[in-house]
Design a protein around this ligand. Structure first.
Ligand code: IPE
Ligand code: IPE
Ligand code: MG
Length: 246
């Protein structure tokens, strides 16, 4: 039986987050430049979107470029930005056809003007779509996001709009970039690294973590389905005991 046929569609995660890692190593293994890996990672992005769409997953959030990634060699950063611009431009028709709504989280003002423009255009064009919400984390740092939320709440207190005592987890979460999204129930990281690299630290408080040694350019729909199957085998106890959750 195929992976997809084994999935219980009544118990799907609503929101899947992915740390797409291993492009550089994939290219190196083929004796090519790192950027060759980034280019080949685009197909995997398409597969992740299609797989999510096949199942009717509501939210897919992809770690595309971290704030820390700005520290990479200039050549690599500009090649990634060019790839981002070209890919969004090329894929927009596909997103429209799939009824995908594009969204971003992160400090997107930091992106080159052209990338920023391509993104805001695509977000606008797809804003009425009602299928999958595809969120690209770009120039994203979770600590920065949390700090920003703290700042904006502090400002509201300062302006007398709220009282410090009004601040609760819900209000805090609403002030993150992801305010209008449910938390991811499943976080996937490729390339065999076991860390979260400043990604969605608040939001993954109770996410199931799934690590695969596959390098991102080798990631296909079936890898997504395999991760979901693994997720469905887990018992999510949220601090309780087995008898309580069954
Ligand atoms: C992930 O692949 C893509 C980005 C971080 C932009 P890497 O570029 O990190 O690839 P590795 O981890 O060096 O193999
Ligand atoms: C995390 O991957 C960022 C993205 C996938 C965009 P990195 O390759 O940058 O993470 P570290 O540096 O190995 O933790
Ligand atoms: Mg990496």
């Amino acid at each position: 039986m195929n992976y997809i046929e084994q999935i219980d569609t009544s118990r799907l995660p609503q929101h899947i987050a992915i740390i797409m890692d291993g492009n550089g190593r994939w290219a190196k293994g083929k004796g090519k430049l790192r950027i060759f890996g980034h280019h080949n990672g685009v197909r995997s992005v398409r597969e992740a979107i299609e797989g999510s769409d096949d199942l009717g997953i509501k939210y897919l959030t992809l770690y595309t470029f971290s704030s820390e990634n700005w520290n990479r060699p200039k050549f690599e950063v500009s090649a990634i930005m060019e790839l981002l611009i070209g890919t969004i431009h090329k894929e927009i028709a596909n997103l429209m056809e799939k009824n995908v709504r594009l969204n971003t989280i992160g400090d997107i003002e930091m992106l080159p003007k052209k990338a920023h423009r391509e993104l805001t255009d695509a977000i606008e064009k797809t804003s009425k779509n009602t299928g999958l919400t595809l969120t690209l984390a770009l120039s994203y740092s979770s600590r920065r996001e949390i700090t920003q939320a703290a700042k904006s709440l502090a400002l509201k207190v300062e302006q007398g709009l709220i009282k410090a005592d009004d601040i609760d987890e819900k209000m805090f979460a609403d002030n993150l970039y992801t305010g209008d999204m449910p938390d991811p129930e499943l976080l996937i990281r490729t390339s065999g690294e076991f860390r979260v690299s400043n990604y969605l630290l608040w939001q993954i408080a109770y996410a199931e973590l799934y690590f695969t040694p596959k390098l991102w350019p080798d990631f296909r729909k079936d890898d997504l389905f395999e991760a979901i199957l693994d997720f469905q085998k887990r018992e999510r106890r949220f601090g309780m005991i087995s008898e309580q959750v069954n």
